[in-house]
Design a protein around this ligand. Structure first.
Ligand code: TMP
Length: 208
């Protein structure tokens, strides 16, 4: 059995990841990929979903940056071992809403835990497995936060303030520039159809 492919979508709040993941999955199924698994982080397995509750609820300063890195990687290890790896091993394409680049951007760069801590935790929790392709959906902060607010509710991260989200956008763009072999930055300001087309073009150029 040929191993499946692992695609991650990243970006700040309100960039439209969930919609685009559904559209990408439909497109891949229509292209003949028998099994396409959609999943998310933090979460994606029962244990990781339980850890997610600790991360997205409560006071903004509930955890220090390093503790938060460790919680995300504890969740990620469970998700990778129980959901992602078994799916890839049976030949499925896996599309994940956020993965380790979110920890690099949110905790490593913006919350100040440092990228060294993130990479050490990655090596311990995940090893040398990484996404085949990462699509970074880029959108101005104002637009993204307005879209997220329209969705209703606001989780712990959405409450972190405007400066936090500006820094986050820069952090994702830096990650994209640092990993050009794996990352493609997608302009997500347009309508859903044009973003979908840009994503399809990136996938088609990776796997012609
Ligand atoms: P979501 O809103 O995309 O479901 O993600 C939940 C929040 O978790 C989101 O605001 C970003 C945050 N997050 C991190 O801070 N670090 C991480 O490693 C991940 C996966 C998510």
């Amino acid at each position: 059995m040929t191993r499946g492919r692992f695609i991650t979508l990243e970006g700040g709040e309100g960039a439209g990841k969930s919609t685009q993941i559904r559209r990408l999955a439909e497109w891949l199924r229509a292209a003949g990929h028998a099994e396409v698994v959609m999943t998310r982080e933090p979460g994606g397995s029962p244990g990781a979903e339980a850890i997610r509750e600790l991360l997205v609820n409560g006071e903004v300063d509930r955890w220090d940056g390093v503790t938060e890195v460790l919680l995300h990687f504890a969740a990620r290890r469970d998700h990778v071992t129980r959901t992602i790896e078994p799916a890839l091993a049976r030949g499925a394409w896996v599309i994940c809403d956020r993965f380790a680049d979110s920890t690099r951007a949110y905790q490593g760069i913006v919350q100040g835990a440092g990228l060294d801590i993130v990479e050490a935790a990655y090596a311990l929790a995940v090893g040398d497995m990484e996404p085949d392709l990462t699509l970074i959906l880029d959108i101005p902060v104002e637009t993204g936060l307005a879209r997220a607010a329209d969705r209703g509710g606001s989780d712990r991260y959405e409450r972190m303030g405007r400066d936090f989200h500006e820094a986050l956008r820069g952090a994702f763009l830096k990650i994209g520039a640092d990993h050009p072999e794996r990352c493609v930055v997608i302009d997500a300001t347009g309508d859903e159809d044009s973003v979908e087309k840009a994503i399809q073009a990136a996938v088609a150029s990776k796997w012609p």
